[in-house]
Write a protein that binds this ligand. Structure first.
Ligand code: S3P
Length: 171
């Protein structure tokens, strides 16, 4: 199947471990669009790691940067954007994502997410018991994620997830 014509930005949202970056990069390749990862952009622009932004400046400073970065990336031009897991849980960022992009929630059981998360260095919110932290975040954020335009099962391998996204976008 040919990739459907994508006319506005696509934002992938969901918990850490859902595969937003891997799926996003593959989706961008399949649809010949540029790919951006908001966390990577924040790190590049601030010349700091996410972990150090949280540790030194605090979460609310990070959330301001996240909002400003997503605001900059969401212009008129179509692109694929992988957001950080907490972006949809911040009301102003969520409103921006919902109004200026097609939002896709990548969702999977928290046990699947936990099994994928090896590198916790850049995920300060997950420090502690990983499975419990993910479960708590899922419960806390699910109403925000549910506002996304589409919910896709993110448990299968990335190429399968991308095929499903392309299917729903093709209508
Ligand atoms: C966060 C998720 C991380 C990163 C930061 C905060 C969150 O991104 O933005 O550590 O609040 O869930 P990933 O979803 O790519 O891990």
């Amino acid at each position: 199947m040919n990739a459907p014509l994508i006319r506005r930005p696509i934002a992938l949202v969901g918990l850490p471990g859902a595969g937003k970056s891997i799926v996003g990069a593959l989706l961008a390749k399949r649809s010949a669009l540029p790919f951006f990862d908001s966390d990577a952009e924040i790190e590049r622009e601030s010349e700091e790691t996410i972990a150090s932004l949280f540790a030194v400046q605090g979460e609310s400073y990070f959330r301001d940067l996240e909002r400003a970065t997503i605001d900059r990336l969401l212009g008129e031009a179509p692109l694929i954007l992988a957001t950080g897991g907490g972006a949809m849980a911040q009301a102003p960022t969520r409103r921006m994502l919902l109004s200026r992009s097609t939002t896709i929630w990548l969702d999977a059981p928290t046990a699947v997410l936990a099994a994928r998360l090896e590198d916790l260095a850049d995920r300060p919110l997950l420090v502690g018991n990983l499975a419990e932290r993910l479960e708590a975040l899922w419960t806390e954020r699910q109403t925000c994620y549910r506002t996304a335009a589409y919910r896709i099962d993110a448990a299968p391998p990335p190429d399968v997830v991308v095929a499903r996204i392309l299917d729903v976008l093709a209508g």
